[in-house]
Write a protein that binds this ligand. Structure first.
Ligand code: PLP
Length: 399
């Protein structure tokens, strides 16, 4: 008889030679429990999804309640579905003004696709600018603006009209000209190694877009919903994009993405022709009910502020480990933290030793010398201490 692990390796398409391979029995709060009852402290939140922790009871209840009312009723945009409308309205209250109209999708990459298409149609221009090290998803459009040639190369030809600029380089911004429909950027690069730009950079990108008439798209798929110590990372720089892209924590653990813009920009999707950008499941009522419940908890419990305070504590404690096991520097905003290592080997050793002792963390997709931490925003001081103690031991062994 085959085991579940055998069947996972055989029947589920594998995307990595070394999957983490935890056989999940259940997950709650900051803990994932495997089938043998072993508990792992989750410092990744399913990659930035479980901001409230796993299976938050308020979210689970909202899912159950909505599942009993109705599941899928109609493709996007035809019926008035209460959870979708209420979530869109609540988002309009909390995202920077004048953004107020949401288009819901099933994932982050689809939201990026929608944002790119909207920008092209609205501006009548074809070119996009994005940044080296940026990550926006794996569908063709999103991959085309992904700033790592290693991941683009096997799938080329992609969109031909993309220019990649160095991140955090003010001089490079002159390349944004009047042929550009949109500039797409993560305010803090996640997969690129938790790169935080200097204070001037994003305001200057914004200014350049204004001068030239290009739209500015902020991809806050990883940085949204309190992760960096503000509800949205753009608030750190007081820059309001033309289009805000959200996903991951938006659905409270259910698959949900959105791109949000002004009524004027979003009106471009209503005509010429109508139904030119539609989706069957985008904005699924159960996902929107979960997203709304999650957002209310984030706001009521002021989790952005909590992330700010816990992030400072976590980083302060990590800084004391710098210099051991190849760990050279730490940085972060809120609970999005990057740990730099001297070599990919030191990074891998650290991640594997941590995992063996019950800590879930990983290196970033585009930087194999950076370990990214993105724990649930509800992580307690005791859990931070537990994580730091295990990391200290892993670094001691790796050094
Ligand atoms: C910044 C950013 N944008 C877009 C995406 C793509 O989101 P999804 O995996 O939901 O398609 C990701 C996924 O990791 C991301 O980190």
């Amino acid at each position: 008889m085959t085991t579940l692990r055998d069947d996972f390796l055989r029947f589920v398409c594998q995307t990595s030679p070394e999957p983490l391979g935890i056989e999940v029995e259940r997950a709650h709060g900051c803990v994932v429990v495997d089938k043998n009852g072993r508990e792992y402290l989750d410092l990744l939140s399913g990659i930035g999804v479980a901001n409230l922790g796993h299976a938050h009871p308020v979210v689970v209840q909202a899912i159950k309640d909505q599942a009993e009312r109705y599941l899928h009723a109609m493709v996007y945009g035809e019926y008035i579905q209460e959870p979708q409308v209420r979530l869109a309205r609540r988002l309009a209250e909390v995202v920077p003004k004048p953004l107020s109209v949401s288009y819901f999708t099933n994932s982050g990459t689809e939201a990026v696709e929608g944002a790119l298409k909207t920008a092209r149609k609205y501006t009548g221009r074809s070119r996009f600018v994005s940044f080296i090290g940026g990550f926006h998803g794996d569908t063709f459009g999103a991959l085309s603006v992904g700033g790592n040639s290693l991941y683009r190369a096997p799938f080329e030809p992609l969109l031909p009209t993309v220019t990649f600029l160095p991140f955090n380089d003010l001089d490079a911004l002159v390349d944004i000209d009047e042929t550009v429909a949109a500039v797409i950027i993560e305010p803090i690069q996640g997969e690129g190694g938790v790169r935080i730009p200097d204070s001037e950079f994003l305001p200057r990108v914004h200014q350049r877009c204004r001068e030239i008439g290009a739209l500015l798209i902020f991809d806050e798929v990883i940085t949204g919903f309190g992760r960096t110590g503000r509800l949205f990372a753009c608030e750190h720089w007081d820059v309001t994009p033309d289009i805000l892209v959200l996903a991951k924590a938006l659905g409270g653990g259910m698959p949900l993405g959105a791109f949000i813009s002004t009524p004027e920009i979003m009106a471009t999707l209503s005509t010429d022709p109508p139904l030119a950008h539609v989706t069957t499941f985008g904005g699924h009522p159960v996902c929107c009910a979960a997203g709304l419940a999650s957002l209310e908890v984030i706001l009521q419990e002021d989790l952005p502020q909590r992330a700010q305070v816990s992030g400072e504590e976590f980083l302060r404690k990590l800084q004391m480990l710098v210099g051991t096991g190849g760990f050279t520097a730490g940085r972060g905003r809120g609970l999005l933290i990057g740990m730099d290592f001297a070599t990919p080997e030191a990074t891998r050793n650290f991640v594997q030793t941590c995992f063996a002792t019950g800590l879930i963390l990983g290196w970033t997709l585009h930087r194999d010398t950076v370990v990214r931490l993105a724990p649930p925003l509800i992580i307690s001081s005791a859990e931070i201490d537990q994580a730091v103690a295990l990391m200290r031991e892993a670094l001691r062994r790796g050094g």
